[in-house]
Design a protein around this ligand. Structure first.
Ligand SMILES: Nc1ncnc2c1ncn2[C@@H]1O[C@H](COP(=O)(O)OP(=O)(O)OP(=O)(O)O)[C@@H](O)[C@H]1O
Ligand SMILES: [Mg+2]
Length: 459
């Protein structure tokens, strides 16, 4: 094989030393192959713990763990190593069976040397192509992984990195952050990139329901469990079986519900309200809250044991004002999204409008920015968002303010004076006498003050 000059290691497994010798002698003629050998299935599996060959040539009939059994175990533990089976007289059927179990091909004894050469070459070529495809695919997956979640800032990049670590595990995740920082978006991203992606993601808002209803919402109820329970109801934990339960606003759960949720996490089982059948579930739990749970715990409003159970992997989402670098790309993302939705061609944000977006402190975080852009698109003219299209709170940042709360009265008066003088001078084209007349003060005063404020005048 002539690709790239690398050396491929091939492990030959056969109980017959003559066969091993024969193959070794033949394949060793190729400089790019390094041959190792071993006498049976057990020894082969043991070897694999020490090194991973690029290809295995595996005899079918061997004492102890035979070729078929060894193949099964190899495919289980090392699915990527290509295996070529070697079959003697009477084992053809097994050779065919081995193909179904994932062998790449088989060669028959007695060997035709050319056939071995070609089969080995093809198997190696095929597997390196496969590896290349896998790598490209995982790169692509990485690239588009969180494609609808914007965050170039260092803090968000850290969040994405930590997501990579948890998506494939079953640990409970607690997402904390102010309202509108994207807690639910992140919860969904974790689910849809996990092994549970094809199973349900069931969200429960713990603050939206009164205590009595929340319990039946989470665990379901039996017919007649309480007045109005006219039939059996399946709760969210049951609906989410094999998938993920998202407990939103988890900080607002009552002590009773907290105790029940703790039990589900610990025992993985519960009863429906009014029922006594134990229901077993396999769910992954992701919780979110904008409440400071550490504080709630100190106040005795949130159970400590539950806190530790739900926060095995905590994620803190920073408020938008602490990651302002994300504002331009978030704004562009929402611009693209809502201009399509509104079917209106608005494709840019003017520099002064962007400046205002950057200056604003966004108490409602990403959600507030999203709403601002959506609204601005409706108002925009000439395909561009300008300051006039922004919400009043944002727009007003750009309006000159004479009075700010930390101004002293004298500095306020000074500003007013400067403003009035500037305007009058402008109207009188810098003529001091005319300006003096207009403002009703002496020429000398105008002169002195214009100098003080650095305003242009004509003597
Ligand atoms: N990083 C982001 N990229 C793109 N969109 C985002 C991002 N973060 C949040 N959003 C959008 O902002 C809005 C609010 O996000 P989400 O509902 O996840 O916030 P939350 O933290 O759960 O808020 P609350 O505490 O009020 O429930 C959603 O429309 C979401 O799509
Ligand atoms: Mg939310």
């Amino acid at each position: 094989m002539s690709t790239s000059g690398r050396v491929y290691s091939i492990l030959v497994v056969d109980d017959d030393p003559n066969i091993r010798k024969l193959i070794k002698a033949h394949l060793s003629k190729y400089k790019s192959y390094e041959i190792k050998e071993t006498a049976n299935g057990e020894a082969c599996l043991k070897q694999l713990r020490e090194y991973i060959p690029d290809l295995i040539l595996l005899d079918i009939q061997m004492p102890g763990i035979d070729g078929i059994e060894a193949l099964k175990r190899i495919k289980e533990e090392y699915p990527k190593i290509p295996v070529v089976m070697m079959s003697g007289v009477g084992t053809i059927e097994k050779a065919v069976q081995s193909m179904k179990l994932g062998a790449y091909d088989f060669v028959e004894k007695p060997f035709n040397k050319d056939r071995i050469t070609v089969t080995v070459q093809n198997a190696l070529m095929n597997s390196s192509l496969q590896n290349e495809i896998d790598e490209l695919r995982s790169e692509l997956k990485q690239k588009y992984k969180f494609k609808n979640i914007i965050g170039q800032s260092g803090v968000m990049q850290e969040v994405f990195k930590s997501l990579d670590k948890v998506t494939d595990s079953n640990v409970t995740v607690l997402i904390q952050g102010e309202s509108g920082t994207g807690k639910e978006v992140i919860a969904r991203a974790i689910h849809y990139h996990s092994k549970r992606a094809n199973k349900p993601f069931v969200a429960v808002n713990c603050s939206a329901l009164p205590e009595s209803l929340l319990e039946s919402e989470l665990f379901g109820h039996e017919k007649g469990a309480f007045t109005g329970a006219t039939g059996r109801r399946i709760g969210k934990f049951e609906q989410a079986n094999s998938g993920t339960v998202f407990l939103d606003e988890v900080g607002l759960m009552s002590p009773v519900t907290q105790a029940k949720v703790l039990r589900v996490i610990q025992e993985r089982e519960f009863e429906r309200v009014g029922g006594n059948e134990l229901i077993k579930v396999d769910v992954r739990l992701i919780s979110a809250t904008n409440r400071n749970l550490e504080e709630a715990m100190k106040k005795g409003e949130f159970r400590e044991d539950l806190y530790y159970r739900i926060s095995v992997f905590p994620i803190k989402l920073p408020p938008l004002r602490e990651r302002k670098e994300d504002i331009p790309s978030l704004a562009a993302f929402f611009l693209d999204k809502y201009s399509k939705e509104e079917n209106k061609e608005v494709d840019s944000i003017s520099p002064d409008a962007l400046e205002l977006l950057m200056a604003y402190h966004w108490p409602g975080n990403v959600r507030e920015l999203e709403n601002a852009i959506e609204r601005a698109i409706v108002l925009a003219t000439n395909g561009e968002i300008t300051p006039k299209d922004l919400p009043p709170a944002v727009k007003s940042l750009g309006e000159k303010k004479l009075y700010e709360s930390d101004n002293t009265l004298s500095s306020w008066i000074e500003k007013l004076e400067e403003e009035a003088l500037k305007q009058a001078l402008l109207e009188c084209e810098g003529n001091i006498s005319q300006t003096a007349k207009k403002l009703g003060i002496g020429r000398a005063t105008i002169y002195r003050k214009a100098k003080k404020y650095g305003l242009p005048m004509v003597k």
